[in-house]
Design a protein around this ligand. Sequence first.
Ligand SMILES: Nc1ncnc2c1ncn2[C@@H]1O[C@H](COP(=O)(O)OP(=O)(O)OP(=O)(O)O)[C@@H](O)[C@H]1O
Ligand SMILES: [Mg+2]
Length: 212
Amino acid sequence: MSYFDLEQLNFRYPNQKTGGIEDFSMSIDKGEIVALLGKSGSGKSTILRLISGLETPKSGTLRVNQKIIFDHNINLAPQERGIGMIFQDYSLFPHLTVLQNVMFGVSRKGKKEREKKAMDILAMVQLQEHARKYPQECSGGQQQRIAIARALAAEPNILLLDEPFSNLDEELKKSVREEIKDLLKKCNITAILVTHDKGDVGAVADRVLHIA
Ligand SMILES: Nc1ncnc2c1ncn2[C@@H]1O[C@H](COP(=O)(O)OP(=O)(O)OP(=O)(O)O)[C@@H](O)[C@H]1O
Ligand SMILES: [Mg+2]
């Protein structure tokens, strides 16, 4: 058994006639970064949605650190799974400041304490000077780091990143890839990175899994 096991997942959207996820299995070690590579429409985002609990598999088992988070009797809610997700479009809250976006991820009580923790994480991604801005006043690379900070604030066991570099230009992509890899390694976070860019794989992932 590994740190994170997906066993024989099956899923199809209600209106989906062909394809879908069929007997998908994979195992990931603690702290490992795995890239999931596959062409558009192959089901990469769907697999992340199944893992995070946004969609429910027809069958299969999901296990984190020997604890079942999904099987034929158990189905933990997304917020109970200890899994963080960074969406393809970042999904930041436009009406909240950078700091408030990150504070949203912090679960501990007390405004002062949440604010301190959020500021510490913003420092880690080098955004403390932008804390009072709104996301739309930040660059693409900064928005991407805000999304990462918000996800890390919840102290996830596993982080899922869906095409996190697709909105960045080539220059920025290079530096952000390195920053993310350093950050994930420093925090010993287990991660799945979905991409169709082979450059991401070489720069960030420990291992690559191709899906058809
Ligand atoms: N909400 C939905 N309802 C019905 N079908 C969907 C839905 N979301 C995705 N699909 C279909 O499921 C398949 C897999 O979609 P998915 O978004 O997982 O692909 P992907 O690998 O992430 O693609 P991309 O690289 O373009 O992001 C596609 O055929 C898609 O059309
Ligand atoms: Mg996708």
